[in-house]
Design a protein around this ligand. Structure first.
Ligand SMILES: [Zn+2]
Length: 331
């Protein structure tokens, strides 16, 4: 076990926290250090250290389960599980929760790249200044994406993106669309458009498909940080591929959008996940890829085909962007 000092921090910014997850954690009186354990060659911190560091008021253990509570924040872990819940929102971890001497252990990378930016986004090192949202409607032209009983993904993504554009403009944001018509763009072209914009964040809109008609729910992807696994497609261990400089902002943006949409439209929560999709890997700004439900699930296909539902999604994402800006904006 090695003891490492906590990253030097400025005074906590109380204002920013409630708007992201409606959470607030006092960090005064909290432990200053992390005790880092090495298990199976990987670094971990203990449940008890998390309680002390963040100043959780209540902590309970029941078998493999751990419950961390503060007035407005509840976090649950389970030993062996590959996900945790924060205020009932599911977060997929890079590494499962391990057990060590009766303690539940969280990997250091999940602490640094997930729990910390989610629990206290105001601590993200440099504030994100943005007034522009690059909106990327997935697929287009011959690339129709997922096909459902009522329509194609490329049409649903474009319609949702155009609705989101209106909703964001109504809230004072500038917007840039990667496409406004049924045209084909390579992933590289989408990245290029995003990377030309200054003071911007990036939101890519998709709908999901699965061979299993029962698959349902909403999931939101942030880029997998360096050395962590992905939750979808290809090799899960592309370790030579780095995360990007926006790792903390990416997960905070994913949290803001995912948590708000899930609670707003009461969708099935598939969780916040990690991936190395080309569009997320290539961009030089905070970005996420949002999967707004399954066009292959009969019930969800019907919903996604309903323009009112897509409008609700667009409004919900736009509101989440406003919250994100408040949470991580100028200090
Ligand atoms: Zn897609």
């Amino acid at each position: 076990m090695t003891r490492i000092p906590a990253t030097p921090r400025t005074a906590p910014c109380f204002r920013a926290l409630p708007v992201l997850l409606a959470v607030f954690l006092p960090v005064f009186g909290a432990a200053k250090d992390w005790d880092v354990y090495t298990l199976k060659g990987r670094q971990y911190v203990s449940d008890e250290n998390v309680v002390k560091f963040y100043g959780f008021e209540r902590f309970s253990k029941e078998g493999d389960n751990r419950l961390f509570r503060h007035e407005t924040l509840t976090m649950t872990w389970r030993i062996g599980s590959e996900s945790i819940y924060v205020n009932n929102i599911k977060f997929n971890l890079s590494f499962p929760i391990e057990e060590n001497g009766g303690m539940a252990m969280l990997s250091l990378v999940d602490l640094a790249k997930l729990v910390d930016p989610v629990v206290r986004p105001s601590y993200i090192r440099k504030p994100i200044v943005f007034d522009t949202v690059v909106i990327d409607a997935g697929h287009g032209a011959h690339d129709s994406g997922a096909k459902g009983p009522f329509g194609r993904e490329k049409d649903y993504t474009l319609d949702t993106a155009l609705r989101l554009e209106k909703q964001l403009q109504a809230r004072g944001f500038k917007t840039v669309m990667t496409r406004r018509e049924d045209v084909f763009l390579t992933l590289g072209q989408r990245v290029e458009i995003a990377n030309r914009q200054k003071n911007a964040i990036f939101i890519s809109i998709h709908y999901n498909s699965s061979g299993a008609k029962t698959a349902n729910g909403i999931e939101t992807y942030a880029l997998a940080p360096q050395g962590t696994r992905t939750h979808v497609g290809g090799s899960p261990w592309n370790s030579p591929l780095t995360g990007n400089t926006s790792d903390a902002e990416n997960i905070a943006l994913a949290t803001a959008v995912h948590a708000h949409v899930i609670s707003d439209i009461r969708a099935i929560d598939r969780g916040i996940k990690r991936a190395r999709f080309n569009v997320l890997r290539g961009i030089n700004k905070p970005g996420i890829l949002f999967e707004g439900g399954f066009v292959t699930n009969p019930a969800e296909a019907k919903l996604i085909d309903d323009p009112e539902h897509r409008e609700r999604l667009a409004i919900s994402i736009a509101e989440a962007v406003v919250r994100f800006k408040k949470a991580v904006g100028k200090k």
